[in-house]
Design a protein around this ligand. Structure first.
Ligand code: ZN
Ligand code: ZN
Length: 269
């Protein structure tokens, strides 16, 4: 069974057929989802919390995306704190640094990321992290903030990883896990399959980041959690393993990192 460790189920793109999308995912062997609340405006975190509260397969993560750092206000910490109290909210994020689009200024991004790490540390929650930049700068600054604010007490995942092998190895040394998205399936993967091949499966997660980043063969379409098996297949190919093994290990990894309860299995007999 697969687990989609990062998807934006509350995105408008799913408003018309969310139930059908979840049903297709279940058909495709996806047993659980981490619904990311950030990325569509800070108030939209509430939707992810509600969705997780209404469906036992769904857990939520709440936070402020680096694109939204400029929206941070004096009320934001209280709002986040209230959402984080909900038992179905299992992580902070996605938060981090995005120096590619720079929808918010770098200094604001750094501050808002650091503040959320402090919040995660106080509440002993793992963090879903976004990092993107044309040069290595965003990655280096991110790790610096992670080390300073995490103080060795935090765990988190670099979602939708596109960095180097060398950086990934350093990240693993600092309590971070690595998650691959549909980019791992792209014809032009820019060396990412080589990175995936060299990392220990015991520290890897998979995700769709739906509705964005549909895998190869479906590019340009809306992405959905049912396609997470294609990411798993690509990871299996890169590592020379079976998809079953990759499914079992990455699902177990996500459950460990986000401390998710085991799904209720139907009684046999
Ligand atoms: Zn992201
Ligand atoms: Zn995302």
């Amino acid at each position: 069974m697969w687990l989609d460790s990062h998807c934006h189920l509350t995105a408008e793109a799913f408003d018309a057929d969310r139930e059908a999308v979840l049903a297709r995912a279940e058909q495709a062997g996806v047993e659980a989802f981490l619904a990311i609340g950030s990325g569509y405006g800070i108030p939209n975190n509430a939707g992810a919390v509600e969705l997780a509260a209404s469906d036992p397969r769904i857990f939520a993560s709440v936070g402020v995306h680096p694109h939204e750092a400029k929206e941070w206000s004096s009320q934001t910490p209280d709002r986040l704190a209230r959402w984080l109290e909900h038992p179905r909210v299992v992580a902070v994020g996605e938060c981090g640094l995005d120096y590619h689009y720079l929808h918010s200024e770098r200094a604001a991004q750094r501050e808002v990321f650091a503040t959320q790490l402090a919040l995660a540390r106080e509440r002993r929650l793992p963090v879903s992290i976004h990092v993107r930049g044309q040069e290595q700068g965003a990655f280096e600054e991110l790790l610096e903030i992670w080390r300073a604010e995490g103080r060795g007490e935090l765990e988190g995942v670099l979602h939708c990883y596109t960095g180097t092998l060398e950086f990934a190895r350093r990240a693993l040394d600092h309590g971070l896990w690595i998650s691959f998205s549909g980019i791992l399936t792209f014809k032009q993967d820019r060396g990412l399959r080589g990175v995936a091949a060299a990392l220990p499966l015991e520290r890897l997660l998979i995700e769709t980041d739906a509705p964005l980043l549909a895998p190869e063969g479906l590019r340009g379409r809306r992405n959905e959690p049912a396609f997470v098996d294609r990411v798993g297949q690509a990871l299996a190919n890169a590592q020379g393993r079976t998809p079953d093994e990759v499914a079992a290990v990455t699902t177990r990894n996500a459950r460990r990192l986000f401390r998710l309860p085991e799904p209720a299995r139907q009684a046999r007999g």
